[in-house]
Write a protein that binds this ligand. Structure first.
Ligand SMILES: [Zn+2]
Length: 697
């Protein structure tokens, strides 16, 4: 043990002497230089990865895994496959009919996405799975159609206020505001017997559409999962290895994380046909009338919808590709880059724009290695499988490697859809804010090379706005919300119209998403640069003062909600104040170390690694072994998905849940529980302060 510490100490001081910051910044500048970036090979990777539709579990996705594995290996990254055996669902049969008042004949929908003249993927279009919802309930449903807007809890409250009864109806909801699994669960809670979710032309369509424009064609359908949990639903909390314990389908249904009514995703053309069949009061929302279906009415009926969906659940082998560049000085510290590979269809934007960038990062790091660079810490590339079904590949891997990751992971950097258009878009746990800003100041804007990404970012949003990782939108979820690893998510462009449809292909990307592949190259630059800083900086580039400010902001938002109920936020306010002091203190320590002379630095092998451990572990302190009440997999008490919207990012989700419940029950006990949640959050914040300070009480 002592010997090991001694070794690190000597190695670190040598690093300070010869390979200190100026040397690293030379390599880091080279990494983002024009000469290192290769738009052509990015475009080639994307083309190769998206030749065939490659849903998780398919032969085409195994081919794509082999491509990633061999490419990483050819870039000098020793790589392997980490397989899991997971319960995935596939469609067997579907039908949808709309019965209209006589004399109109019933409408039978084909539920087929059409190929277009000259579609280069016409020959493999048949390999696209029929449009469906992953983990949808098999069964039939018939009832009058009710239009429920976005299908949020408040939309049902509005309908109730209008006297509209949803019970026994088949609801029609439009995509856009909340996670589709929550749309179906909310419909179920309102008493609906089935749910249809369509892509509204006013949100995703235009006068022209793909291949002539970027918009969704009339027959385009956004498929996707309706599972609201994370990871293989049959192995909650443990890895889906080949021989492992599994819970039954009945137990999965009891978990409340899969809907119990059937659902189907449909196109805007089909959605409009159903809207035209709905009478009753005019929908109370943002002036939907006009283009397309005319005035939107809420129903119920008179149009009656008959829907049926039959799916099968199969234990399926999935494959994460894992590549590792060993660190030279601290091989037991991990900087992890992750992106998923599986796609509902061709996946050019979602997710393989990210996969192409991951391979580009690996290639540039290979070039750096040939110039003599070696990372100080270990860099791990992860190409996840079955993300689309419910973050399955990443969750199973984190569950299997939990101890190692908890003690060794410095940060996780996710890229899902790398490019869907213009504009830098990032979310992170707050101690990474400063590093993201610094990196954005170094990389040129791919759409305006006279300025940096940072310049464009602030001119667009007025401030360098960074989102938070409370939602369960991608593979960072297990890292942040289950084990408390500092994480970031990086992209260019926000939502895009052909999302999860058959038209998310290479043609769309090279015509509309990123014709010159410059945005891809920029994502690779900033993603790789952030990783290089985390891997090479002697002192980890974390600033917890941003975290303290963020916590103060979040607690302010709570204040209005709780004051009049006799609840007190004082324990939280106190713990955040302490945390802020601890953050200032550790920042001062860092400054002192950096300003210190070489002699002072020499004894730092231990000092620096002790300091880095505190910086790394402080995020872990926000997790609680018991997790959120009723959702024990979510251990992080600051960031987790909102209860009724898996995409939504909430701070203090346990407190919000408890207050929501107390408001509806209004019992002494329920308000007491809300206060208990406030205390729990205060305690994890205190743990984080103690960790940053590094003193024992
Ligand atoms: Zn994705």
């Amino acid at each position: 043990m002592l010997k090991a510490v001694g070794f690190i100490s000597v190695a670190t001081s040598i690093y300070f002497l010869f390979l200190t910051l100026p040397q690293n910044s030379f390599y880091h500048s080279l990494f983002i230089s024009e000469s290192f970036s290769n738009n052509e090979s990015i475009s080639h990777h994307l083309y190769m990865l998206t030749r065939r539709p490659h849903i998780a579990g398919s032969e085409a996705n195994a081919e794509a895994a082999a491509y990633v594995l061999s490419t990483l290996t050819s870039y000098g990254v020793p790589s392997h496959i980490a397989p899991y055996y997971t319960a995935l669902t596939y469609p067997v049969s579907r039908s949808l009919t709309l019965t209209l008042p006589p004399p109109q004949p019933p409408l039978h929908f084909t539920l087929r996405q059409e190929i277009y003249d000259g579609d280069p993927y016409a020959d493999v279009a048949g390999e696209v799975e029929p449009t469906f919802h992953g983990y949808a309930k098999s069964g039939s449903a018939a009832g009058p159609a009710v239009y429920v807007n976005y299908g949020r809890v408040e939309d049902y409250a509005t309908l109730a206020g209008m006297g509209v009864n949803v019970s026994g109806a088949v609801v029609l909801a439009r995509y856009g505001e909340i996670y589709r699994g929550d749309i179906v669960l909310n419909a179920q809670a309102a008493g609906a017997v089935g749910a249809l979710i369509y892509t509204d032309r006013k949100d995703y369509g235009g006068e022209k559409w793909f291949p002539d424009d970027k918009w969704m064609p009339p027959s385009g359908v956004q498929v996707g999962s309706v599972y609201t949990g994370a990871g293989d639903p049959t192995t909650p909390g443990w890895p889906s290895t080949e021989e492992c314990e599994r819970i039954s389908e009945e137990e999965v249904e009891e978990s409340g994380e899969v809907p119990l009514i059937p659902s189907l995703p449909i196109s805007w053309a089909d959605g409009e046909a159903i809207i035209r069949s709905i009478g009753g009061q005019v929908a109370d929302e943002d002036g939907r009338e006009g283009k397309g279906a005319g005035v939107y009415r809420v129903g119920p009926g008179p149009g009656v919808v008959n829907l049926s969906y039959q799916g099968k659940q199969v234990i399926t082998k999935i494959e994460n590709v894992i590549g590792i560049i060993q660190g030279g000085v601290e091989p037991d510290r991990f900087v992890i880059l992750g992106n998923h590979r599986d796609a509902w269809t061709f996946g050019a934007a979602d997710p393989n724009s990210g996969t192409a960038c991951l391979l580009e990062v690996a290639q540039r790091m290979w070039k750096l290695q040939k110039k003599g660079w070696k990372p100080r810490r270990t860099i791990i590339f992860c190409n996840w499988d079955a993300e689309e079904y419910g973050l399955i590949g990443s969750v199973e891997w984190v569950e299997e490697n939990r101890q190692m990751l908890e003690s060794r992971a410095v940060a996780y950097l996710n890229v899902d859809v790398a490019v869907a258009g213009a504009g830098f878009d990032t979310s992170a746990t707050p101690q990474l804010d400063e590093l993201l800003v610094q990196s954005a100041k170094q990389v040129l804007d791919p759409d305006n090379s006279s300025q940096t990404i940072y310049d464009s970012w602030i001119s667009l949003t007025n401030s360098a706005e960074i989102g938070r990782l409370g939602g369960a939108g991608s593979d960072y979820s297990a890292f942040v919300q289950h084990i408390g690893v500092p994480s970031a998510d990086i992209a260019f462009g926000g939502s895009y119209p052909v999302y999860h449809s058959m038209y998310d292909d290479f043609v769309w990307m090279s015509k509309f998403g990123d014709p010159m592949f410059r945005r891809h190259a920029a994502v690779a630059s900033i993603w790789g640069l952030v990783a290089l800083r985390l891997a090479d900086d002697v002192i980890l580039p974390f600033n917890y003062l941003s975290y303290a400010h963020e916590l103060q902001k979040s607690v302010k938002q709570l204040e209005g909600q709780v004051l009049h109920r006799g609840l007190t936020l004082v324990p939280m306010i106190n713990s955040i104040n302490e945390f802020k002091k601890a953050a200032i203190h550790i920042n001062d320590e860092i400054k002192a170390l950096e300003a210190g002379s070489w002699t002072a630095m020499r004894k730092d092998g231990q000092e620096v690694s002790e300091l880095n451990d505190r910086l790394m572990m402080a995020e872990r302190a926000f997790t609680d072994p018991e997790g959120l009440k009723g959702r024990p997999w979510y251990k992080h008490l600051i960031y987790a998905p909102a209860k009724h919207n898996d995409y939504g990012s909430t701070s203090f989700p346990g407190i919000s849940d408890a207050i929501e419940k107390a408001k509806s029950l209004n019992t002494t006990e329920s308000w007491h529980s809300a206060q208990h949640e406030i205390w729990r959050v205060s305690r994890v914040i205190t743990q984080a302060s103690l960790c940053l300070k590094g003193d024992l009480t």
